[in-house]
Write a protein that binds this ligand. Sequence first.
Ligand code: HXC
Length: 258
Amino acid sequence: STFEHIIVESKGAVGVIRLNRPKMLNALSFAVFREIAAAVGDLEADDGIGCILITGNEKAFAAGADVKEMQPKGFIDMVNEDFKASGGDRVATCRKPTIAAVSGYALGGGCELAMMCDIIIASDTAKFGQPEITLGTIPGIGGSQRLTRAVGKAKAMDLCLTGRMMDAAEAERSGLVSRIVPADKLMDEAMAAAEKIASMSRPVAAMAKSAVNRAFETTLSEGINVERDLFRSTFALDDRAEGMAAFVEKRKPNNKHR
Ligand code: HXC
């Protein structure tokens, strides 16, 4: 499909979604959210794709929801079409692994979009924040919940109540991002991680992702039960047999399901 605000490319087994509204720092209009949702759906359905990478440009991952579009809206408008209705959280329900490669601003809805991904890889220029309060509103597509789970109450409150930004180092220290890389290496490093993930057994990657995600939805003992069931299930897969045989035979595994 063709898109107006994003560029979607398949690079080998990695599907890349690049936000492409550079003059507006990739502000996320309803149309952008709808396009991201459609692209994620396409890539999820594509058997050739094993990992999805979402990125912006050097200056901005995304500086938030499109404030100019939101400005004239009233309560009833947001009831009739809110961000969730536009598929704004589609990334969070993707079964394939997702990576956000963040350079520059990831603010408001941009930070929320990054947090929907399984992994955030940040350039040393990245800046994260939930500045909605400075506009008289609050996060609207998961920010108050995902940020709190990622960095804890103290820092989430600090960011959501003051609207300040945190830099890449603070974001890594507080557990929001998994790695920081120099800005000019961001795409190489993120692509390498995505390719690595895409080379794994697809069903096993989906199970690993699903197991980690349970930690945010249930109790420790139930999460551990789910993990044990999924762990056992891997023993029904030929990729598990191949992975262990390859180790024993000192060779690289040749996964069937990827
Ligand atoms: C619409 C935006 C925008 C946004 C930037 N622009 N962010 N337009 N929505 N979120 C536009 C500017 O108006 C400007 O357009 C152009 O992009 C360049 O931005 P500048 O402000 O000139 O750049 P700079 O001085 O470098 O400042 C960068 C910035 C600032 C600090 C990131 O742009 C900023 O504060 N942006 C808004 C950040 C924000 O509040 N985000 C939260 C949005 S609310 P013109 O035409 O003037 O050149 C939100 C709610 C989420 O996300 C709800 C659920 C999704």
